[in-house]
Design a protein around this ligand. Structure first.
Ligand code: PEP
Ligand code: MN
Length: 250
């Protein structure tokens, strides 16, 4: 697992205590970026993230030598997070990502244009929720058109809406053939998100292990200091001990 890209941490940033506890655990492990998501698009209205208020938490992580990552919805979010995190010191790296629900190609291109401005910023793009090879290729081509270099662009498969056969009751069903086609066509790193595919701790462990064996380039996985009391996605977030078991699985 050493050579894989690991992005791990809470589904959503909730509080300073939660993030400092996560920073401490991430520091002990081979985590490339700590997941600290500030913007949380939701299926139904509810807690939708700390937004700008939480940028200081990403700064706290960077100050402690842990590189932060967050979803951004608009280009100005990417710019604000970059301004804060990159100024902590000249080693801090940042990863911003475009989530599955954010399917406005103009916005995608503009986020890429902002992220492209610093060689310490990485952009991750998740596939859209519905299965369509053409649409997924379109997202990738739009962000490349926005100027993000391939060496700072990472793909992440988070499955597609279940339609029919779903014996494990997955939240979103992976399409391994499609990921292979996309990865080979664009020659980009492809991570796997066992959390939003699995939907339960048991499935996260199962799909995470499967992804490692299938040769994905890494994982984006939700890990919370107190999963039972998480404000979002409580059922699927791992403890750091469960995370350790997962990344040791071969
Ligand atoms: C997320 O990773 O925070 C998330 C909501 O997943 P997705 O965008 O894949 O639905
Ligand atoms: Mn989540």
């Amino acid at each position: 697992m050493k050579s894989k890209i690991i992005i791990a941490g809470p589904c959503a940033a909730e509080s300073k205590e939660q993030i400092l506890a996560s920073v401490k655990e991430a520091k002990k492990r081979q985590v490339d970026f700590l997941r600290i998501s500030l913007w949380k698009p939701r299926t139904k209205p509810g807690f939708d993230g700390l937004k700008e208020e939480g940028i200081k938490l990403l700064v706290e992580a960077a100050k402690r030598g842990v590189n932060p990552s967050t979803e951004v919805i608009l280009p100005e979010h990417a710019q604000k997070v970059m301004n804060a995190v990159l100024n902590v010191n000249n080693k801090a790296k940042l990863l911003v990502w475009i989530g599955a629900r954010n399917q406005n190609h103009y916005v995608q291109q503009e986020i890429a244009r902002v992220a492209a401005k610093s060689d310490r910023v990485y952009l991750m793009v998740k596939n859209q929720p519905w299965p369509s090879l053409e649409h997924w290729e379109g997202i990738i081509e739009h962000v490349l058109h926005g100027g993000i270099p391939k060496k700072r662009l990472i793909l992440c498969h988070r499955g597609f809406l279940a339609n029919g056969h779903n014996p494990l009751g997955l939240r979103n069903v992976p399409d391994y053939n499609m990921t292979k086609i996309v990865k080979e066509k664009y020659k980009l790193s492809m991570l796997f998100d066992p959390s939003h595919t699995g939907g339960s701790v048991e499935n996260v462990m199962l799909l995470g292990k499967e992804a490692i064996n299938k040769g994905f380039d890494g994982l984006l996985v939700e890990v919370h200091p107190d999963p039972k009391n998480a404000m979002t996605d409580a059922k699927q977030q791992l403890t750091w001990e469960q995370f350790d078991t997962l990344v040791k699985l071969k």
